[in-house]
Design a protein. Structure first.
Length: 331
């Protein structure tokens, strides 16, 4: 009964405040972005909210004067619109580490951080941290504006360094063919994805570890073309071997496993088990991938070799994973 009453009150509150404040909070976006600003509007609450179209329905009838004044003043600042041209932001709902990239968005910047008249950096680009607010029934800034993103610019003296970080860690993300390749891959359209990636490579775009993995996986899925997949997966391996623990992304882990599987498919037991031993050197990080390797059918031919049996024996000694009975033999 109490739960039904809560739901009813929330629904009534939403109807009073209007649909703009009932935007469903599906995820949380946070992180570093670079925005190419197309327009900038100074938000002076006494002027902006004088227009009835900019005020939620019945807003002034449901709060006392003190709350109304504080709420409106908290929305003092700038409303900027532009395209996200660089991103290291994370969307927790999609497990996306390049959230909003390529999208045209609006962001709220609090007063004193960037002014529309003079604060936009060279070439109308700004760099800073973005954070989404849950505006489901909230009147906190920026929820009375047509955005739920708050943008906090980085100080001018570190903007250049931040831009370099975005571009060096994500050199391919702003390329149209890379975005197309990822889009095709998500739709399980493997051939168009491979073609788009190859167009990007022909233009000289350097693939990120994520894209190197996706291209390698695409070749594998398209008839186990491991000779074409391996060069891209080796790039993932090189990056993964520079890192340890939580710094190794799930894409890198999957890329390492797929590389070992591809070498096994090509009946190269030495190279395949070498990759597996590299994973075993950081067994805590690669626990899931090591377990998969011990049972995966792609290792079928090399599973009888002394190299692979030695790997199984060492894996068993370092983990709690039981060795398959068929391969539990002395070396």
């Amino acid at each position: 009964m109490r739960r039904l009453l809560q739901i009813s009150l929330i629904s009534l509150f939403g109807l009073l405040l209007g649909p703009r404040l009932l935007a469903e909070c599906l995820g949380n976006v946070q992180g570093l972005v670079e925005i190419e600003v197309k327009s900038c509007q100074t938000i002076n609450p006494s002027e902006y909210f004088a227009n009835p179209e900019n005020v939620p329905h019945d807003f002034f009838n449901h709060y006392d004067s003190k709350t109304i004044k504080a709420t409106l003043q908290s929305h003092t600042g700038s409303l900027m619109s532009g395209k996200v041209v660089g991103s290291r932001a994370i969307d927790t709902s999609l497990n996306d580490r390049t959230a909003l990239l390529g999208q045209v968005i609006q962001v709220f910047v609090k007063k004193g951080q960037i002014e529309c008249e003079s604060g936009i950096s060279s070439k109308n680009r700004i760099v800073g941290n973005i954070a989404s607010s849950c505006c489901n029934g909230s009147i906190n800034a920026p929820c009375l504006l047509p955005t739920n993103y708050i943008f906090k610019p980085i100080k001018s003296e570190v903007v250049a360094k931040a831009k370099t970080r975005v571009k060096s860690e994500n050199p391919s993300l702003a390329d149209a063919d890379i975005r197309k390749a990822r889009g095709w891959f998500k739709q399980k359209q493997i051939k168009p994805s491979i073609a788009a990636y190859n167009r990007a490579i022909e233009k000289g775009v350097s693939l990120t570890p994520v894209d190197s993995y996706l291209l390698g996986l695409s070749y594998y899925l398209e008839g186990q073309q491991c000779t074409k997949a391996i060069p891209h997966l080796e790039k993932v391996r090189a990056k993964a071997n520079q890192l340890r623990g939580d710094l190794i992304s799930s894409y890198m882990k999957r890329g390492m496993l797929l590389l070992a599987r591809c070498y096994a498919i090509l009946r190269d037991a030495d190279r395949s088990t070498l990759v597996l031993y590299e994973m075993l050197a950081d067994a805590a990080s690669f626990a899931k991938e090591i377990e998969i390797a011990m049972f995966h059918e792609d290792f079928g031919w090399i599973s009888t070799t002394k190299e692979f049996r030695a790997f199984l024996k060492k894996a068993r000694s370092q983990t709690n994973i039981p060795v398959p009975a068929s391969t539990n033999q002395s070396s």
